[in-house]
Design a protein around this ligand. Sequence first.
Ligand SMILES: Cc1cc2nc3c(=O)[nH]c(=O)nc-3n(C[C@H](O)[C@H](O)[C@H](O)COP(=O)(O)O)c2cc1C
Length: 363
Amino acid sequence: MPSLFDPIDLGAIRAPNRILMAPLTRGRADRDAVPTPIMAEYYAQRASAGLIISEATGISREGLGWPFAPGLWTDAQVQAWRPVTAAVHDAGGHIVAQLWHMGRQVHSSVIGGQPVSSSATATQGQAHTYEGKQDFETARPLTEDEFPRLLDDYARATEHALAAGFDGVQIHAANGYLIDQFLRDNANFRDDRYGGSVENRTRLLHEVASRVVSVAGAGRTSVRLSPNGESQGVDDSNPESLFVPAAKLLSDLGIGFLELREPGPDGTFGRTDVPRLSPQIRAAFRGALVLNSDYDTAADAQAALDSGVADAISFGRTFLANPDLPERLRTDAPLTPSNPRTWYSQGPEGYVDYPALSEREAA
Ligand SMILES: Cc1cc2nc3c(=O)[nH]c(=O)nc-3n(C[C@H](O)[C@H](O)[C@H](O)COP(=O)(O)O)c2cc1C
């Protein structure tokens, strides 16, 4: 069985190890969703990851409601991403852009219009906005004639990602956002070609992935799913019957890798008793399979590789707080815990000041 420290081909991207950085929203862009210079420093510090999956990045104003998150729909955003990807490449790393449409998980005060989703539903709870937390609003169902425009938004964001120097893109189809709102049956009540049967509920995922593949190439396209358990109010009554065919259609498109966020019963970022589907998805998906959630030690991650289910592991909070994580795992060095208070705050604190081992020793 391969070691965590062996290289792997993630489609067209040759990763020097199997310790990936999971996508992490950090809110360090500006109000126009333009990346700021500090983001180059942050990502370059983490360039020893086999691959960095960027923070979720909006494909359009309609799709981006998270305060100070970055986008990829304007030229200013593309220009400002260039130094970020260049800094990662200069440090010997690779980075793909996670493409984000949040669907109903946004507030009109941020996106400037009514949220859209598969159906007229609202998430329970409150959205992050520039004016603090505000109640989620009922979404407007996307009409069939809007899908070409939505697919164009994904295509343009993909073109922009490549123009900005990213090595590829990841379609965010997890965690209860727009594509997940189409996939799972507690959020999708449509009676047209995009609702009802599994074939219909996976149609948007299929169309988006096909379109992105047509722009980036299959080897530079990946997808993230969260198949087991509720995510931000989105859930399914029969996840296996939905997500195994979804993985199969992505496999047929030949995408480079599929990443699964799969919390367990003791999860610390989502917790569920719904069993993980990675073994069944492994059997349905030919490309590289990346597993995520609560892998905090080299032994746990290596065990997932040894089981034959995972080809690589992505680390979220542990990478956030340990910029040199592969080196720490290799030498069994102590890990710094991440501080939730600065996950989404602005500025350098809790962002670029987590020390590497060498800096810690020097201090
Ligand atoms: C601060 C923070 C921001 C996150 N942002 C994203 C995101 O932008 N896109 C995404 O798919 N998941 C996001 N997640 C989920 C993580 O990618 C990951 O699934 C989760 O932290 C569990 O993995 P871990 O136990 O390795 O941290 C975020 C999690 C945290 C803690």
